[in-house]
Every structure is written in C-alpha cells, then in structure tokens.
Design a protein around this ligand. Sequence first.
Ligand code: 5GP
Ligand code: MN
Length: 365
Amino acid sequence: MTSLLPLDKVRAAAQIISKANKVVILTHIAPDGDAMGSSLGLMHWLESLSPSMQCTVVVPTLYPDFLAWMPDAGRVVNYDTDIPNVLRLLREADTIICTDFNEPKRIAGLGERLTETLELNHTPCILIDHHLHPADFADVVFSYPESPSSCELVWRLIRALAALQDFPMFNCPLSLSAATCLYTGMMTDTGNFSFNSNRADMYEIVSELVRIGVDKDAIYNRVFNAYSADRMRLVGYCLHHKMIIIPDYHAALIYLKRKELYKFNFHSGDAEGIVNMPLQIKDVYYSCFMREDKVLPAELPLAGGSHIKVKISMRSQGDRPVNEFCHSVFRGGGHKNASGGEFYGPIEKAVALFNQNYANFFLQS
Ligand code: 5GP
Ligand code: MN
C-alpha cells in the first residue's frame, strides 16, 4: 500500500520542499508519540538538508511529560501559551507541513489561523496523515488511513524524496535524532507493535532505524516505564472503583471527574494507556475512558461557552469499529480500533450519551 507513494505527489512535495527555507510543522491537539515523532522527525530531516533551513514545530496544546526527552522537544512552540509567536511564525513561513491530523478542527484554535494563513498568503502546504477523510486544505496530500502511523508515512516520504535523481539535495542520511523520533511514533501508534502491526515491511523500516542507531529498548523505557506513583495509584482507583462492565455488549466504561483527578495530582499524560486496560479482561472487546478537563484557551472556539470539557478515548478489538461511534456521538473520530472525541459540558451528560447510544453501535455477539 504505502510502500510506493505516488510519484506525482512525491515530485509535487519535492518542488515545495526544495524551495523551503522557513518551515512551520503543525500537529494535532494533545500531541501523542506519533504526532511528536512525525513532526520532530520531519524537522530533524529538513534541518539536515541545508544550514539555512529554519524549521519550527508548533503544537496546539502541550505534549505530555513522557515525551519531553524527544530530541529537541524543548524547541517545540506551544500555541496555547505563545499565540503571538505562532502568528509571526505562520506569517513568515514559506512552507507549512501538517502531520498526523486530517482537518483544521483537530488543531483547535490554531485551525482558524492555519486556514487564514493559507487563504491570505497562499503558503504551500503539505499534509501527511493516516486518518480517514482528510479535509481539503493542503496542496499536496499524503493520506493513508491504512498506515499504522504518520511516522511511517514520513519515513516513506523521506525515502521517496531521496530516490529522486533530479533532487540530489534530498539524498542525505537520516540522522539518529530523526530516526529516534520516527521510531517513537511507530512504536506508540501500534501499542509497541501489538496492534495494526502485522505487515512485514514495517519491521524492515524498524530494522533500518535500529541500524541507524535507534535504541528501541531505551525508547520503550522512556515512554512506557516513566509513570509517577500518583499515576499508578490512579490506575488502581480506576480499576477498583470506577470500572463499569456492560457484559451484554462486551464493553467497559471508566469515567473520572476533575475532583477525582486532583486527588491523584493529575498531569497530562497520566491517563495514557488506562483505556486499553479493560481489554485485558476476557470477553471485553470495547473500552471507553472519559475524563473531565478544563477548556484551554486554544480550544475556546470549539467550546460553545462551556468551561468543562470531557475527553473521550475508545479502544476495541478486531472487527468492532469505535470510530463511527465517536464520530456520531462525540463529533470525534480516529481509527477503527482507537478513536476519541470531545464533549463540552459536565461528564454526567457525556456518560448519558454513551449509555443512550452504545447499543446502536456495539455488537452483542
Ligand atoms: P486517544 O484515545 O489516544 O486520545 O486517541 C486515539 C485516536 O483517536 C487518535 O489517534 C485520533 O486519531 C483519534 N481522536 C482522539 N480524539 C479525537 C477527537 O477529538 N476528534 C477526532 N476526530 N479524533 C480523535
Ligand atoms: Mn497517529
């Protein structure tokens, strides 16, 4: 499928990148390993092309602590806390690259800024993503929902560009920093190669990345063995006190109010992975995790006046999609077995919506 990206699109991307000097790379709200990996990986590669290349990764909201070790994560600009700087960067950019999101809404308030910039300045824009239904905003679109991660797509694009004989500038080795970033997203978006991970060619890429020097064991430890004691206690609380099982529909639901999160000194990233846990139970195939959160400045355009947001995460197994549920019930979306959405209002209303709708979407068999 993605082993050969279409040559016409690769050439269109090459035309844009070969003229680029000031690049802004955007990725989605609440960035995960694939968002950070694809954007930072691309940044490291672009910066290795020419000493004059200025490249900035901009996130709509801050990344979690467990990704702060990623090479040059400290240079990432957060729109939520530095709007004037981001507006300047967008204004001055000669190229914009979007990774790991399919529509401007997924970058919250930054989405309007992106759309304005593209309309006013006609800045060339490339989209590299693996979510369904990309919105029509970029000039060159690499959209492959069947790809397990955006990092893998970035790797394929870099390789395809390097193979263009009339663009020798792209034929440069991938640095260890770039390789480390790309490996991180390939690992996190497949749950350390435990889902969406049956294709052999993916391991050929992993093999190349390890050959470059990627320390995959260290990356695993930094990402998955870096929790606080508070977070482990939060997990215990969720599983002991908060997990609701719906046996007829093979489903589990965990939801947390803000005051419960405070008790565990909650930090961004602490909820990571909790949604997967109920799937370890025999005969549970759907899992939903919801938590209340405050509405960040970058999200105000989406919040409709509400000061409380509910973040919904869903996971499922096999041929039981959750993206349609998230899309219809929570205006979200995602992948077949890993999706999410948001609800602006108190969590009881989000739970009521879940309860009213799951029977229409979940299989009983
Ligand atoms: P997570 O549960 O890890 O936050 O998200 C899992 C996947 O669901 C993400 O990779 C993303 O594709 C999708 N997703 C999560 N939240 C949203 C949302 O609010 N809107 C949309 N469209 N997709 C989401
Ligand atoms: Mn992704």
